[in-house]
Design a protein around this ligand. Structure first.
Ligand SMILES: Cc1cc2nc3c(=O)[nH]c(=O)nc-3n(C[C@H](O)[C@H](O)[C@H](O)COP(=O)(O)O)c2cc1C
Length: 369
């Protein structure tokens, strides 16, 4: 495309990125039992920077032991991890890259093999609540809000270029936003304003720790995929409120996945199936001035440029394509390739302990130019 936007710089608050290609948060499963990142994670990030991605968003890191979603997840719950996390940021910065850390609490979606007693906004017995979880007390809610704030402080101390709050994919913040999983009748549940109170309190607590200049983003589930879940109309109201919550950018994704929508759609091989949350980004653009990142099935340079040119998003975010081809941005820019070879078969998950994520798909043949 002659007037490409993909390789033009763009800012998210004080953070200026060299291009519009973002590595969306990807749980790498490259951490020890206590959440310390392994050297393999540093090597992965180095590869992504050398591949010329504009921004790396780390895999979700747990802010509190009660929010550790799965084994081998990286932690940011303790000051003792700061020096270890700084090795990640040093490695990225040494090569001229930028890195934002995604912070999360898994709530009812934690693996019970990792967290013995799961907590959630409400105790619900529904198929989408895969494991029984206990309702959080007011004191636990306050402590988790503080845990997000302390995690953001540690992110800044570790040298990350910003934080991204995980507010998507059915994790704790998503659970608070959704009427399906938040059935509380106190100040944390009820109408949308009350279901948003937890997110609002997390954002305010983070800001008071990191100050006004530090980039704070969110990945937001604009809608759930289940009956009686968060609707797109409510999701839009949440997006409209993000700027007043002090946030600097929003990545559009799905909330609790289900029959009506899911965050990691399979088989994206035709252009019509790409960018599957594009209509939601379009709607987000109507209600917010914040920079928008669009994730979900972005595969071809053509579609990426179209999304940027239409102003529907300021950045395009990729997960699976960068697992199989970490140098895809460089290859795009050099004109060596105009489409990811990822076949979206979801075989990139770690197959066992100590392995980490990796592409196991037979990649289609690449036409060499
Ligand atoms: C192996 C794997 C790990 C993921 N880990 C995270 C994560 O830690 N945080 C997150 O927000 N999304 C995570 N996702 C979802 C992706 O960031 C992304 O939203 C989704 O895969 C759709 O984008 P894609 O079509 O480019 O893969 C993960 C997806 C995969 C396949």
């Amino acid at each position: 495309m002659s007037n490409s936007l993909l390789f033009t710089p763009q800012a998210i608050a004080s953070l200026t990125l060299p291009n519009r290609l973002v590595r969306s948060a990807t749980a790498e499963r490259m951490a020890d039992e206590d959440g310390s990142p392994r050297p393999t994670l540093i090597a992965l990030y180095r590869e992504l920077v050398l591949g010329e991605v504009g921004l790396i968003i780390t895999g979700h890191m747990y802010v509190q032991p009660s929010g550790k979603a799965h084994a081998e997840m990286t932690g940011i719950y303790s000051d003792s991890l700061v020096a270890k996390l700084a090795k990640l940021t040093d490695a990225v910065h040494a090569l001229g890259g930028k890195i934002v850390v995604q912070i999360n609490h898994g709530g009812m979606q934690c693996d019970p093999a990792v967290v013995p007693e799961l907590v959630a906004p409400s105790a619900v017995a529904e198929p989408y609540a895969r494991h029984p979880a206990r309702q959080m007390s007011s004191a636990e809610i306050s402590s988790t809000i503080d845990a997000f704030a302390q995690a953001a402080r540690r992110a800044k101390e570790s040298g990350f270029d910003g934080v991204q709050i995980h507010g998507a994919h059915g994790y704790l913040i998503s659970q608070f936003l959704s009427p399906a999983t938040n059935r509380r009748t106190d100040e944390w549940g009820g109408d949308l304003a009350k279901r948003m109170a937890f997110l609002g309190a997390v954002c305010a607590a983070i800001r008071s720790e990191v100050g006004s200049d530090y980039p704070v983003l969110i990945k937001l589930g604009a809608m759930d995929g289940i009956e009686r879940g968060l609707s797109l109309s409510e999701g839009s109201q949440v997006i409209a409120a993000l700027e007043s919550m002090g946030l600097d950018g929003v990545e559009i994704s799905c909330g609790i996945g289900g029959p009506h929508a899911t965050s990691i759609r399979k088989g994206i091989q035709r252009i019509e199936n790409e960018a599957y949350f594009r209509p939601w980004a379009r709607q987000a653009r109507q209600v917010t001035q914040l920079p928008i990142l669009l994730v979900g099935g972005l595969r071809s340079r053509l579609v990426m440029e179209q999304v940027l040119h239409a102003g529907e998003a300021d950045f395009v975010s990729l997960c699976r394509p960068l697992i199989c081809e970490p140098d895809l941005p460089r290859r795009f820019e050099a004109g060596l390739q105009d489409r990811s070879r990822c076949i979206s078969a979801n075989r990139c998950w770690a197959e066992g302990p100590g392995v980490g994520i990796g592409c196991k798909c037979p990649l289609p043949h690449l036409d060499v130019r």
